[in-house]
Design a protein around this ligand. Structure first.
Ligand SMILES: *Cc1c(COP(=O)(O)O)cnc(C)c1O
Length: 380
């Protein structure tokens, strides 16, 4: 339907074969394939524990739970992100407190604003590496240390991104990944939690599966006959089919991220010559995973018309994101007294352009040509 879609998967025969192998094996939920997926992911990131779950939102919920966050607590998080970030705090009964993003160049959470939002009730900072560009983790870690706060990294955009030689998801206390269909590596629905802390990992493993002390897998192998329940846990398990897809996708991740990087370079080179549109993250902290390509329109350009024009030419675009503090639920429950001037301003001007590993340079050129045509008719 689209000439150039917003994203595309990178599946081939290998994923199909991996799924067939699981179905033939007859063991469908958390077992050997999931264990292998977890250990390979942990090895890739250089982290002690990787715990696969059913989606990225479950990963974030488990992260907050494992840190003991609950009613009366506050967690500082960005508003310019997917709503799952703040929802995962709300699930625990704690209050998400929104901090502004840094600037037009850096759409990640602002360390200065984090500091301003700290109160007696603050327990954690939840950061999101927007579009795969690492947050200013040096400053954020310093703030966390000074105020004795935990750091949760929402790495939904950032598998393979690096800050100061360390992979995102290994810098804070807990990293949360999503393998939703449009992410850099996907299992359809899926997620994963990373940590170097044994106690946190143990808690997350328990909470992932009803708070039960043994798994079906262990009992099936005769390693255990019964179990106890030590927490009111959830069923946030992943299945073997998705773990099998994840193993194949992981092998493709670095090449795919390199393809994304090359496409972003081309976009930047061509769009950089145009007035009317800018690409943020000209200066970055560390190495990006280039999850999406955010562009900012100049204030005189009508975003609705811009997106409509591209749609008429078969180009799919999106907005990342409608800010969370503006949603009805968050206004009703938490009030609308947040001063997030940069977030408000950027959220009005942001448009996400197509980006996926199999995209051709001709596709980029086509998108850029159409943008150029539109901006010219607008007198830019
Ligand atoms: C996709 C995404 C999530 C949620 O992941 P799901 O797997 O869809 O539950 C959370 N945060 C961000 C920034 C995301 O992009």
């Amino acid at each position: 339907m689209w000439k150039v879609p917003l994203f595309d998967t990178s599946f081939d025969e290998r994923e199909i074969e991996a799924v067939q192998n699981v179905i033939r094996s007859g063991w469908l939920t958390m077992g050997e394939v999931t264990q292998e997926f977890e250990s390979r992911f942990a090895e890739f990131l250089g982290v002690k524990h990787a715990i696969a779950v059913c989606n990225g939102t479950a990963a974030l919920h488990l992260a907050n739970m494992a840190l003991g966050i609950g009613p009366g607590d506050e967690v500082i998080c960005p508003s310019l992100t997917f709503v799952a970030g703040a929802n995962s705090v709300s699930y625990t009964g704690a209050r998400p407190v929104f901090a502004d993003i840094d600037s037009e160049n850096n759409l990640c959470i602002s360390p200065q604003d984090i500091e301003k939002k700290i109160t007696q009730k603050t327990r954690a900072i939840q950061v999101m590496h927007y579009a795969g560009y690492p947050c200013d983790m040096g400053q954020i870690r310093q703030i966390a240390k000074t105020h004795k706060l935990y750091i949760i990294e929402d790495c939904a955009h950032a598998p393979g991104a690096k800050y100061s030689g360390k992979y995102c998801g290994t810098i804070g206390d807990i990293g949360c990944f999503s393998f939703f269909s449009n992410k850099n590596m996907t299992t359809g629905e899926g997620g994963l939690v990373t940590t170097n802390d044994d106690k946190i990992a143990e808690k997350i493993r328990l909470m992932r599966s009803h708070g039960m002390t043994t798994l079906t897998w262990d009992r099936a192998r005769g390693h255990a006959f019964s179990y106890d329940v030590v927490e009111a846990g959830f069923n946030y398990r992943i299945d073997e089919i998705r773990s099998a897809i994840g193993l194949v996708q992981m092998e493709k991740l670095q090449d795919n991220n390199t393809s994304r990087k090359e496409l972003v370079r081309l976009y930047r080179e061509r769009l950089g010559r145009m007035r009317g549109i800018e690409i943020p993250f000209a200066n970055t902290f560390g190495v990006s995973s280039y999850h999406i390509l955010p562009a900012l329109l100049k204030t005189n350009i009508n975003r609705h018309d811009f997106m409509g024009y591209l749609k008429d030419h078969g180009i799919q675009t999106s907005i990342h994101y409608p800010p969370i503090h503006r949603f009805d639920y968050y206004r009703r429950i938490f009030g609308n007294n947040n001063m997030l001037s940069v977030t408000e301003e950027i959220a009005k001007r942001e448009v996400t352009l197509p980006l996926y590993p199999s995209m051709k340079s001709d596709d980029v050129n086509y998108v850029v040509d159409k943008i150029n045509d539109f901006l010219k008719t607008e007198g830019n």
